[in-house]
Design a protein around this ligand. Structure first.
Ligand code: ATP
Ligand code: MG
Length: 280
């Protein structure tokens, strides 16, 4: 069965999609079978992987969620070997509203993914920047969630809200949900603040922070406009190197023997000053 990982952070522009796409591509280069599910109406993961909008008009995740299509009908292969995608387009905005009255509304994605989980090593779900029903469906379907955090002053802002939401979902909808890890993104070595943020997050979250830190790298931001991953666009760039390291680290945790399943729960102060448990 696939490891289903939800890439989530309700804060916008922190590197969710860049991480989903390039981590997926790096894993597929390691001969892992990977499916990306684009759960964001912006469809950035879809366009970043070269899926044209007109090509997915009638075959996208919206149709799966509202029960119009089976997930099999919507899976597309990409230009990258071993990497498939279920794309999204702006229709998905409607799903937030339409799902409200549907039976099993929080489990629509989960039941769809059950049908294809056996075909993949990894399923990565790229979430929108919100904690609405699309993210709730994603967290309900996932075994773990991975949080990209931008190395900037407000990095921790909203994190406790995400962790609280994950905690609620763990209590009610998905008792097995765990945090996969935190990926630090857009690190700028020349900026003292970046170093401070890294130190602070590592001291809070210890081994849950991936050692591979993603630097700010202009090649990473250029690649999607060509519909390419960093491995197609500039495989020698530092961005490509670091996403490859991240993939190896993740794969070691998931399928290798480096996994430390029994790490104790970490505790973090929430916005309200209370302590909230992070599920690891
Ligand atoms: P949203 O919340 O809108 O879905 P997101 O969290 O998915 O955003 P991205 O789209 O991955 O974030 O990244 C936001 C912007 O920053 C994009 O323009 C992207 O190309 C750029 N970017 C992401 N990571 C890096 C990086 N390491 N170096 C330079 N630019 C980056
Ligand atoms: Mg995104």
């Amino acid at each position: 069965m696939a490891r289903i990982i939800c890439v989530a952070n309700q804060k916008g522009g922190v590197g969710k999609t860049t991480t989903s796409v390039n981590l997926a591509a790096a894993l597929s280069e390691m001969s892992r079978q990977v499916l990306i599910v684009d759960m964001d109406p912006q469809g950035n993961a879809s366009s970043g992987l070269g899926v044209k909008r007109y090509e997915n008009q009638d075959n996208n995740i919206y149709q799966v969620l509202i029960g119009e299509k089976s997930i099999h009908e919507t899976i597309q292969s990409t230009q990258i070997k071993n990497l498939d995608i279920v794309p999204a387009n702006p229709d998905l905005v409607g799903a937030e509203i339409e799902l409200v009255d549907m039976p099993q509304r929080e489990y629509r994605l989960k039941s769809a993914l059950r049908e294809v989980s056996g075909k993949y090593h990894y399923i990565l779900i790229d979430c929108p920047p919100s904690l609405g029903l699309l993210t709730v469906n994603s967290l309900s379907a996932a075994e773990t969630f991975l949080v990209p955090l931008q190395c900037e002053y407000y990095a921790l802002e909203g994190l406790s809200q995400l962790l609280n939401t994950a905690g609620l979902i763990k209590k009610s909808l998905n008792t097995d949900l765990r945090i996969e890890g935190i990926v630090l993104t857009m690190f700028d070595a020349r900026n003292n603040l970046s170093h401070q943020v890294v130190a602070e997050i590592q001291s809070h979250f210890a081994e849950k922070v991936f050692s591979a830190i993603i630097p700010r790298n202009v090649r990473l931001s250029e690649a999607p406009s060509h519909g390419q991953t960093i491995f197609q666009y500039d495989p020698k760039s530092i961005g490509a190197k670091k996403y490859k390291e991240l993939a190896e680290e993740l794969d070691g945790r998931v399928y290798g023997h480096k996994e430390s399943e029994s790490t104790p729960a970490q505790v973090v102060a929430s916005d309200s000053g209370q302590e909230s448990e992070i599920y690891v």
